[in-house]
Every structure is written in C-alpha cells, then in structure tokens.
Design a protein. Sequence first.
Length: 351
Amino acid sequence: MPSTVTALAVPGAGKPFERTTITRRDPRPHDVVVEIAYCGICHSDIHQARGEWYEGIFPMVPGHEIAGTVTAVGGGVTRFAVGDRVGVGCFVDSCRECESCRAGEEQYCARGEVGTYAARDHTGEPTYGGYSRGIVVDEDYVLRIPDGLGLDVAAPLLCAGITVYSPLVRWGVGPGSRVAVVGMGGLGHLAVQIAAALGAEVTVLSQTLAKEADGLRLGAVRYAATADPETLPRLRSAFDLVLSTVSATQDLDAHLALLRVGGTLVNVGLPPGPASYRPYSLAGGRRTLAGSKIGGIRETQQMLDFCAERGLGAEIETVSVDEVDGAYDRVVTGDVRYRFVIDVAGLGEAG
C-alpha cells in the first residue's frame, strides 16, 4: 500500500505553510525511497507557492533541492542501496525517448520533464517536493552525493549549483578564461566558486560592494559595483563569458559590450518581462546572447563530484520548518547569505 509522510504545504497561492500528510507511492521495481534530511529554498519555490508564474497545483509541497538517505529500494534497482547518501533535483522523470533524453539532457525533454513538484507525472498524479520527510523516485533520476559533501551544503547544488555549472562547462570555461558573474546571490556565489575552480579569472558585478569580501574569499579576483555609472564602460570588451544570475531586467546592450570578440552572455536568471537589445551589440563583436536551464542527470552527477573533489558547497543558513514563511520573505528582500536550507527532520518521523 502507498505510504503517508509528513510534509509542509501551501493550501493555496500565497497562503502560509501548514503541516500535513501526503501519500507516496509504493516503490516500483526501479524506485528508490529517500528519507529527506535537508531541502534548499529556491526562489522558484516562492514564485510557484505564491502563484506568481502560472496557476499552480494546490495543495503544493515545494522543494527540488533534496538531500537525504536511501531507506528502501525496489527489486530491480542496481545503482543504489539502503544507506546511500543521495539527492533529487528539479525533475523526477522524462520521456526517456526523445533526442534530448537520449543525449542525457533530460531537462530539455521534448514532452517536458516531470517536475519534482507542482507538476503531474505520466499517470496524471500531482508531484510533491522536498518539504517533506520522504520521497520515492526512479533510480534514473536520483543523484549520489559524495562523502566529501555534507548533505546540508549539497542540497542547493541540486538546482543552484547545476544551473551555473552547466553553462560554465558548456561554454568552455577554463584556465585563461575571463568570466564576469552578474549578481552575488544564491546562484552567483556558487558561480564564483565553480568558475574559479575551473581556472577562470572571475569578476563579480553586483549593484554595491556590500558583499565584496565574500566574493573575493570565494575566488573572485575583482568585485565591481554596477551602481557606479563608470563601472561597465570601464570593463568594455573585458570578458569571454558573462554569466547573469539575476532575475531583474538588465541593460542587455551594456552587458553585451562587456564581451570580447566572440564572447557570450548567458542568462540563467529569469526576469519576469521581455528584454530587448540592439542587433549591432551582437554583430559588432560576433557576440552571442544565450540562455541555459539546469542540467541533465549525468551532468548534475559530474557537478556533485567536481564540488566534492574541490571542497565546494553552498554557503547556507539552516532554518526550521516553522521558519519557512519568514525565510521566503527574507529571500525576496535579499536578506540571505546565500541559500536557506530547511532542516526537514523537524517534521518528525519519515513515515
């Protein structure tokens, strides 16, 4: 019979969180049962819980930065065993047949990947995320968390980490690369660490110098305040890659001008409205304007292994299950350095 687990849910858009119980399916032959220890708070959780993107599926249990321990496996599971330290990211299934899925880029599934929460699986049942004590996921969509990473600091890597790792690798960042990271938040602070570990010379572009000490400590060689009108003109044609992690509308022409000939501006932040640029901003320097979306299972595992080998992880503030509403408000105002992680054990027994 399916099992029930305790969870934290919003009953409707913008409503406060409530403790509840949800039903998880019995493990199928290739399923892994995970007792969740920690779950990161992503800004997309807030957008969806507050109904800011589209009509959601309620009650909603958010959370797609999940870290925990395997407690049971189906009879056909070959990659995991009870006691393994594992993670679950932004999706829990895909069609497995399209070109993207066959290439290991399930995040671009032609039929649409099945989101970890606020989605419907292939049977039509709603999915519930990591603000809960347990989850059941097919082994093909489960990640192994290396021993060198604490479960708490690993949790945000399952979304924020792979979101910045994927474009840095895709656009060939390495020794000799000059990279600008726009924004020093949950994504940006990980982008600085990863880009520096790949061998790049990293500059942080932030509105103010309030986080300069952190940026330099995490691997940047330069930190510049964009509120100063002289900053961007002074850095024209300075970078091979500009990685924008911010969700606010930006001056694309000004940021494209930061690129050397052949450089690329990659957006991983998602501003709510349309953006515009002058075509000459691209043509004048053979520049590219691009976007990127998380990463596939194979690349996410590579990212976790990379971070463990180099001692990288999210800088976190742990919150209890009773502090999540307040944490949401603090994320919106930028009052977090740099990622909130929920101690999910506070929900009680896993079920």
